[in-house]
Design a protein around this ligand. Structure first.
Ligand code: C5P
Length: 227
């Protein structure tokens, strides 16, 4: 599947892809690791471009791989590639700064969630378009969750009925994401956390098992089977 997809919608998607992927073991930036013979980033961008709402894709690449990533994605879809930062948050901020005027809905999507279906992108975009300032896809937590002390003893069993595992893409009205980033003083692992910090209500939509985050070698094996 190498056909070039032309993007045309009203939504911009930022793809932080500048992480080194240390937990995946040695082998270079995580977004460039191969899955079924193609880099994770190629899988992720292709699925984003297939979502009808998407009209702009900005990728934050490792600073020393910007032109390599631009050439890699050229046959896949039209993308802008910018140098990422030292943290995920800095990479998202760099990509956000490159979004042209006219895109009032901005999604943030980890390259590591390479098999995210276009339908999930549409569902998040639709919820923002429907009036929510910040939207995240979530899944119920299936394992029993326990709080554990530094010494390894169980402190408490957490009621999992109100817990959710959070995925990407996370969607925002552009001004909400811009305000959240300019107000951020500490590091957050996701953008919705920054929106929460500025008091923005965060809406949830059902996530997708296929949007799993490829972090460890086991995840790569699962993703290969899904592919
Ligand atoms: O490290 P983690 O798995 O949380 O990274 C999530 C996403 O953020 C990945 O797609 C990774 O490439 C990206 N990232 C980035 N810039 C960094 C660190 C992570 O774009 N400095």
């Amino acid at each position: 599947m190498t056909a070039h997809v032309s993007v045309r919608g009203d939504v911009a998607v930022l793809v932080p892809a500048a992480g080194m992927g240390v937990r995946l073991g040695p082998g270079g930036p995580k977004a460039l690791r191969l899955l079924g013979g193609e880099p994770l980033l190629v899988h992720a961008v292709r699925r984003l471009a297939l979502a009808p709402s998407v009209g702009c894709i900005v990728v934050a690449a490792p600073a020393d791989a910007v032109s390599f990533v631009a050439e890699l994605l050229e046959p896949v879809a039209p993308v802008t590639v910018v140098p990422g930062g030292a943290t995920r948050q800095a990479s998202v901020a760099a990509a956000l700064a490159a979004v042209p005027d006219g895109f009032d809905i901005v999604l943030v999507h980890d390259a590591a969630r390479a098999l995210t279906p276009p339908e999930l992108v549409e569902s998040v975009a639709a919820a923002v378009r429907g009036g929510h300032g910040a939207v995240i896809p979530v899944l119920p937590v299936v394992d029993t969750i326990k709080q554990v002390s530094d010494s390894g003893s169980v402190v408490a069993t957490v009621d999992r009925s109100s817990l959710r595992a959070v995925q990407t893409p996370q969607g925002f009205r552009r001004e909400v994401l811009e305000k959240a980033h300019s107000a951020a003083i500490d590091e957050h692992t996701d953008d919705a956390g920054m929106a929460e910090r500025i008091g923005e209500p965060v809406h949830t939509v059902p996530g997708s098992e296929a949007a799993l985050k490829i972090t460890r070698p086991f995840d790569l094996a699962v993703a290969s089977l899904l592919l």
